[in-house]
Design a protein. Structure first.
Length: 164
């Protein structure tokens, strides 16, 4: 084996489970962002962790609203989801621009992505600074699923999305 960079290691450990995280600001407008750094943290109580860049718009929205949703999107959103990782929600309304259908969540004010295999509604319980990223921990307070959807995975970093 030879020594490699962390970026090379991330590409070599693909595929990563891909999701669109949704978070709403105080104005009620939902932003979505591409994320593959997420994991279940606990079953009892059900908890989820997402790791976001400190420079991103969604982290600010999560801290303001103290909620977020993780949407494991299906293959019909492959191109739109990839495009969500290429621009900032601070300057682009990604929901409108990429034609992503949303639906009302049952427990939080953040909208959920309609074409998802699973959508998890979360209330923020903690955040941890981990260098240039922050880990947001949320209690999963509601879960929605559609077994007919096929999950997307991120390959080669975020250079492409596909199913397995």
């Amino acid at each position: 084996m030879k020594e490699i960079t962390i970026n090379q290691a991330q590409k070599m450990t693909a595929p990563s489970p891909f999701a669109l995280l949704s978070a709403a600001g105080k104005d009620g407008k939902t932003n979505i962002m591409a994320v593959s750094w997420w994991t279940y943290l606990s079953n009892h109580p059900p908890k989820l962790g997402v790791c976001l860049s400190n420079r991103g718009y969604s982290g600010r929205l999560i801290r303001e609203s103290e909620e977020f949703a993780l949407n494991i999107v299906g293959k019909d959103l492959k191109e739109a989801a990839l495009n969500c990782g290429r621009c900032s929600g601070a300057v682009v309304d990604k929901v409108s621009k990429f034609g992503i259908e949303m639906f009302r969540a049952s427990e939080i004010n953040t909208a959920l992505v309609a074409d998802s295999r699973v959508s998890l509604e979360c209330r923020l319980t903690n955040c941890f600074d981990v260098g240039d990223h922050t880990i947001y921990v949320g209690d999963i307070i509601s879960a929605h699923g559609d077994e007919n959807q096929t999950q997307l995975y991120a390959f080669d970093g975020y250079s492409r999305l596909d199913t397995l």
